[in-house]
Design a protein. Structure first.
Length: 169
């Protein structure tokens, strides 16, 4: 018998309107979003109509995407589809854990708000950036980082995609 797994997306999958179809069609998801709005006012307006620039800021992206991720999973569960397993990609690990019951969605939302705020502050405190190196073997990207210096492989996404980080200059 086939088994179903839910995979929760990470930062970069955000867009205005994400999850709002679930908000308007499921009372339990509406309650979750409304609870999140009381914890972090402005979240609903960012999700429903935030600009790309606003949603790219980590302190906004993470809470909004957390809600959209968990809303999609709850929507499916509320209609009878339960996964045998859950997993998350980067930020997606947190809604996966909340969905699996490791902590409540509200506590997960609080955690993600704090995480996003701290990561946003750290990003503003340094002139650094990240970029995905694609279509190269990891060892090639690692060697380039060593040769350049102050450039580091930081996230091994999959074969042929390695995120690097370093000073923008």
């Amino acid at each position: 018998m086939a088994k179903t797994a839910f995979l929760f997306s990470g930062q970069g999958a955000q867009h205005a309107g994400m999850g709002m179809e679930f908000y308007s069609s499921d009372d339990l998801i509406k309650q979750l979003f409304d609870s999140a709005e009381s914890i972090r006012p402005g979240t609903l307006s960012q999700i429903s109509g935030g600009s790309d620039e606003e949603l790219k800021r980590t302190e906004n992206t993470q809470p909004c995407l957390f809600l959209a991720d968990i809303a999609a999973a709850l929507y499916l569960k509320n209609r009878g589809l339960s996964p045998a397993a859950v997993a998350g990609f980067s930020l997606g690990e947190l809604p996966a854990l909340a969905f699996a019951g490791a902590f409540s969605p509200e506590d997960g939302f609080r955690l993600v708000c704090r995480r996003g705020k701290l990561m946003g502050e750290a990003a503003k405190a340094t002139d650094a950036g990240m970029a995905a190196a694609v279509k190269l073997e990891n060892r090639v990207v690692e060697q380039i980082c060593l040769e350049i210096g102050d450039l580091y492989p930081v996230n091994y996404n999959c074969p042929g995609q390695l995120v690097i980080s370093g000073k923008k200059e």
